[in-house]
Design a protein around this ligand. Structure first.
Ligand code: OSB
Ligand code: MG
Length: 370
């Protein structure tokens, strides 16, 4: 595959409802898309960075700059035998995993099309139907949250995750648990606590949670290992796992019992597969996290979730939960059993709506090989 050209686009997409986490509220999602042309084919991917460096250190505009100045010059005009060969070419760039993933993942789409197989098959996926959960943002009252949970359970979702932060935790967790004693139920703090909150976090043990996601610092493993020793609820690491070595350190230190793998955060499909293979060997369950993606990132999340070891329901829900209209056709839908059936056509498995993408594009730049 020769990389003939790359187009970066920033879209502005309005979420159906604002999404609030411990680090802020998102109303409009800036979406950075990569359109990669190679051997007469077009590969798509989504750079999953957020509007500011508040989830991790990346943002859409920082990622666009790193892509333009450093990543794209390394790949333009080059030929790759496989998409898996790409990370080596980008090895000189430190960090900026989401930016790097944007290029690698688009090349996987090309390789799948060229090989005439669905992307999930090329990755080595097996599951043809993947279990889905939802992530609910912070709500104004526990009653309002319980109402939202009821709606998502009625739609079939297999696991409910709620965002929490100090002052918006116990009352909310206990209200949901009281209304639904037997559901798979987890919480995500996005680094809102410290080790001074040990007693408080320990009190969550009474709610039989599936996991508590990233309670402590976004870049920490060691303090999580101290916390995990003192609470029964399994810790799931999200933000602090950027690559295989982080996963190895976390598992060796017993800092978590579960790992959420996000394609962007770990630098792309190759790194996600490395982490998944390691976790499978160590019996650490995985699941696919979400970053409020549009259809393109969502399609990639579906593909990677078919790998063995992705046993827990992911944060991959229907397009209609986020968008009035999505950029793919058909949109992602969830069965009444709370699953997504994986597509069977070559490549991404969904048709990309170029017309919508053009309409919502606010910035665009094309880079061509000479
Ligand atoms: O921590 O999982 C997270 C959204 C933005 C940034 C971080 C996170 C999230 C979510 C939403 O929880 C998951 C989704 O529905 O896409
Ligand atoms: Mg999370």
């Amino acid at each position: 595959m020769r990389v003939d050209s790359i187009t970066l686009r920033k879209l502005q997409m309005r979420l159906k409802a604002p999404f609030e986490t411990s680090f802020g509220v998102t109303y409009d999602r800036p979406i950075l898309l990569v359109e990669l042309h190679s051997d007469g084919l077009t590969g798509w991917s989504e750079v999953t960075a957020t509007e500011g460096p508040f989830y991790n250190s990346e943002s859409v505009d920082i990622a666009a700059l790193v892509l333009r100045e450093f990543v794209i010059p390394l790949v333009l005009g080059k030929t790759f035998a496989t998409a898996a060969a790409l990370p080596e070419t980008l090895a000189a760039i430190r960090g900026h995993e989401m930016a790097r993933a944007g290029i690698e993942n688009a090349l996987w789409d090309i390789e799948a099309q060229q090989s005439g197989v669905p992307l999930w098959k090329l990755l080595g996926g097996r599951q043809q139907e993947i279990p889905c959960g939802v992530s609910l943002g912070l709500q104004t009252t526990p009653e309002r949250l319980v109402e939202q949970v009821g709606i998502e359970l009625a739609a079939g979702y297999q696991r409910i995750k709620i965002k929490i932060k100090p002052g918006k935790d116990l009352a909310y967790i206990s209200a949901v648990r009281k209304s639904h004693p037997n559901i798979l139920f987890s919480v995500d703090a996005n680094s809102a606590y410290t080790l001074n909150d040990l007693e408080h976090l320990r009190s969550f043990d009474q709610f039989n949670l599936l996991m508590i996601e990233q309670p402590l610092w976004w870049d920490d493993i060691y303090a999580h290992s101290k916390l995990q020793r003192q609470i029964h609820t399994k810790i799931c690491l999200d933000e602090s796992i950027r690559h295989l070595r982080d996963a190895q350190a976390a598992v060796e230190l017993r800092a978590c019992g579960i790992i959420n793998i996000k394609l962007g955060r770990v630098g792309g499909f190759s790194s996600a597969r490395d982490i998944q293979a390691f976790c499978l060997g160590r019996k650490i369950p995985n699941w696919c996290g979400g970053m409020l993606e549009c259809g393109i990132g969502r399609a990639h999340n579906i593909a990677v979730s078919t790998l063995p070891g992705y046993t827990l329901p992911g944060d991959i829900s229907a397009s209609t939960r986020y968008w009035v209209e999505d950029v793919i056709e058909p949109e992602v839908t969830v069965t009444p059993q709370g699953t997504i059936k994986v597509p069977q056509t070559p490549g991404l498995g969904y048709h990309v709506r170029h017309d919508f993408i053009e309409r919502w594009t606010v910035e665009k730049q094309t880079f061509r090989a000479s």
